[in-house]
Design a protein around this ligand. Structure first.
Ligand code: ADP
Ligand code: MG
Length: 396
């Protein structure tokens, strides 16, 4: 991957960097309830200021759909950002003159209809705010918007510190990984992760399929899954993926034993059972202990692990057992230096946090949609716009 980083932009004395960041933080009663995304902004802002520059931050908030929606103003996020950055931060709408302060947050980019349509005139308006462009919002890189893609073609452009770290971690996991590579794909449905499965069978040595989608694969193999979540209309697709895996030499690991429950509820009566013995009224809510032990051995033989989706209905105890067991094994292997581990996905990150191993993984992506599109092997427009520039400057 060839993309410019902040260092390539050189001395920023007297120059303004327009920085696309992710300020789409959870809020309640006008206050920020989780400042994880704000903390991710700090390394780049600090670096720009250290290089003598000033920072103008562009970000969206919520989905105002091209209209000014006062409840979706970024103004209430500014005090929390100032606290995290430990410096004064000004706020400006696009009608204001740019305040004379080192860090300025601009109003919600999605108040403009041209943001999501990647309108050239809007990209020019954004570009006019500064001299260079820095994209530090990997979570928005799967969208070709004026503030993520259009603007990158109008100014010298680079990846910010957080974005560069994310790209490096993802490259190490699936771009040029150390083999064997294992992937865990779990969660509710095959249909939402079809493209991920199709891409991974070409890329990884071991594909571990868990969660509700494992039921669809078991069903496709002629197993009775009772009343479990199962997409019967995806059986053909599941068989195609298994055939493709055979052709590419990817070993697919499906549950060998399961936890069958009488209801989709916390603490529901349940039993561990082999395949072929699931009652018509029962629901498979987790992989069984034998499977968990087997999967621990599989990842212990891997050098790289990519993980999206829990192995069971982890929000309902005790159906988190297989997910927690495998997560702890991955964490221990990572800490010992034997494994590079990358995980992403809203529920996956919640499951790893609940298992107490969030910080032990090599890299945790909170990028959501962008992480999944990357797992599908897609080129993200926001990243491609930075690569394009690196190509041009390497020719020059
Ligand atoms: P992520 O947000 O990490 O991408 P998903 O949203 O795809 O993950 O999957 C998480 C959901 O999958 C959880 O709500 C979990 O309850 C559900 N799930 C996992 N296993 C099962 C199962 N066996 N039956 C029903 N739901 C399941
Ligand atoms: Mg989810």
């Amino acid at each position: 991957m060839a993309f410019q980083t902040l260092a390539d932009l050189g001395d920023l004395t007297g120059r303004r960097a327009v920085i696309r960041v992710d300020l789409n933080v959870p809020m309640a009663d006008g206050r920020v309830t989780d400042d994880t995304r704000l903390r991710a902004v700090r390394p780049t802002v600090d670096a720009v200021l250290a290089a003598g520059g000033r920072a103008v931050l562009l970000a969206h908030f919520g989905r105002p759909k091209g209209k000014v929606v006062p409840e979706m103003s970024l103004a209430p996020v500014v005090p929390a950002l100032a606290a995290v950055l430990d410096r004064d931060v000004a706020f400006a709408t696009f009608d204001d003159a740019l305040p004379d302060l080192d860090v300025v947050v601009m109003e919600n980019t999605r108040f403009f209809p041209g943001e999501e349509t990647n309108d050239t005139d809007l990209a020019k308006r954004f570009a006019a705010l500064g001299d260079v462009y820095v994209n530090d919002a990997f979570s928005c890189a799967h969208r070709a918007h004026a503030s993520t893609e259009g603007i990158a073609r109008l100014l010298p452009a680079a990846a910010g510190v957080t974005m560069a770290a994310e790209l490096a971690a993802l490259e190490a996991a699936l771009g040029t990984p150390e083999r064997p590579v294992g992937a865990v794909v779990g969660g509710a449905k095959v249909s939402t992760k079809l493209a991920v499965l199709e891409h991974l069978v070409e890329k990884v040595d071991h594909l571990i399929i868990g969660g509700g989608m494992a039921n669809t694969f078991l069903y496709a193999q002629g197993r009775d899954v009772g009343a479990s979540l199962c997409e019967k209309d995806m059986a053909d697709t599941a068989r195609t993926i298994l055939t493709k895996a055979q052709a590419t030499g990817c070993t697919v690991h499906l549950p060998q034993d399961v936890v069958a429950a009488s209801a989709f509820a916390e603490g529901a009566p349940h039993r561990v059972t082999g395949l072929g013995d699931v009652g018509a009224e029962e629901l498979i809510l987790d992989a069984g202990p034998e499977t968990a032990e087997h999967l621990k051995r599989v990842i212990a033989a891997c050098r790289t692990l990519v993980w999206n989706g829990p192995l069971g209905a982890f929000e309902l105890k005790p159906f988190d057992a297989a997910t927690v067991a495998l997560a702890r094994e991955a964490a221990a292997l990572t800490i010992s230096g034997a494994l590079v581990s990358v995980a992403g996905g809203g529920d996956t990150v919640a499951a790893l946090a609940a298992a107490g191993v969030r910080d032990a993984f090599s890299h945790i992506s909170t990028a959501g949609g962008a992480f999944l599109e990357w797992m599908e092997g897609r080129t993200l427009p926001g990243v491609a716009a930075l690569e394009h520039q690196a190509d041009e400057s390497s020719v020059a």
